[in-house]
Design a protein around this ligand. Structure first.
Ligand SMILES: [Zn+2]
Length: 333
């Protein structure tokens, strides 16, 4: 298959810091203070973002109200969507109204602040038939909660399980089965991931986040991130590839390397994407408008050629693991 054009979606879960970063002053930094620089870098490179703005029962996590100016700047540099952490996992399992009320409240908050809020991502990548149905009722047009192959069980037994989905290709999900194609309305835009492994062990979580999902890799090693992205693109089942990266504001804070170094790496990554023939940036709304996907209802998911790990991948993973990195995406996605 000849490589066709492909689009890169930079998506952000904009939420309270997790975990909190306490500097010597005792002040807790959330990563929001880095966002003006992140936005500036993206603007300079013509790269829009999809900003999933958090809103839930925790007042700390009502981002549009706490950071109205940054939220407005994000809307000016892409699309503002909705991000909801349900927090009380026990309730999520037993109380349908809790899930729908949480999403309604978040949606109402953003829309009353003037943001259309047509794109959604569940906290911890939670998705369910009830949730998908409710999103449709609220007029959402895209969801990006599915990470193919991902499976995790929360402390109190709530399970997030996307192992039924093997492909990273966007699809219109069935209402009763968010992991199957065959519906209409909302376009599911999966995160670009490794459709082979669930996050069975911390080692694989790091491996996937740094080498395959490549999101954090963008800030650590942009050259390797580009190489990895090209591999995902070349395995894409159709010509019109979509690569969905995700990050949080706090990912830009210093850990194994400084914030400045991360911003430099980020800029280098954006420049490199701009140099790739046929590559462009897109928001979730961009991907949905004019999405020409094959009729996937009848496609055999085994058609997809999953990425295979090579010994080179494992060597690089081991090298990265020797760095004092913190675990990404474990407490909050
Ligand atoms: Zn989140």
């Amino acid at each position: 298959m000849k490589p066709g054009p492909f689009r890169v979606a930079l998506t952000y879960d904009v939420e309270r810091n997790s975990p909190p970063f306490v500097k010597s002053t005792g002040k807790v930094y959330s990563g929001m203070e880095v966002m003006p620089e992140v936005l500036q870098t993206m603007k300079a490179q013509g790269a829009p973002g999809t900003w999933y703005i958090a809103h839930d029962v925790d007042p700390e996590n009502q981002i549009a109200l706490r950071f109205p100016e940054i939220t407005a700047d994000m809307a000016g540099q892409g699309e503002v969507g909705t991000h909801v952490h349900f927090r009380e996992y026990q309730k999520v399992r037993t109380d349908v109204a809790f899930v729908t009320a949480s999403v309604s409240a978040a949606t109402e908050c953003l829309r009353s602040e003037g943001y259309p809020a047509k794109s959604f991502r569940g906290g911890n990548l939670y998705m369910s038939p009830v949730l998908l149905d409710h999103l449709e009722d609220l007029g959402y047009e895209t969801d990006s909660s599915v990470l193919p192959g991902h499976r995790v069980t929360m402390n109190d037994g709530l399970r997030v399980d996307h192992t039924e989905r093997r492909s990273c290709e966007p699809y219109y999900p069935k209402k009763s089965q968010p992991w199957s194609a065959g519906g209409k309305g909302i376009l599911e835009i999966p995160l670009s991931a490794f459709p082979l492994l669930s996050f069975a062990t911390p080692f694989f979580s790091v491996l996937i986040n740094y080498l395959v999902l490549i999101s954090n890799l963008v800030l650590l090693d942009p050259e390797l991130a580009i190489e990895r992205m090209q591999r995902i693109r070349n395995k894409w089942p159709t010509e019109n590839a979509v690569i969905v990266l995700s990050a949080h504001p706090h990912d830009f804070l210093a850990d194994s390397i400084s914030t400045e170094a991360k911003l430099e790496n980020f800029e280098a990554f954006l420049k490199a994407v701009n140099r790739i023939p046929g590559a462009s940036f897109a928001t979730a709304a961009d991907i949905r408008s004019g999405w020409v996907g094959p009729d996937q209802a009848n496609r055999d998911p085994r058609d997809r050629a999953p990425l295979k790990l090579t010994t080179g991948d494992l060597r690089k993973a081991k090298q990265l693991l020797r760095r004092p990195v913190r675990m990404p995406h474990t407490s909050s996605v």
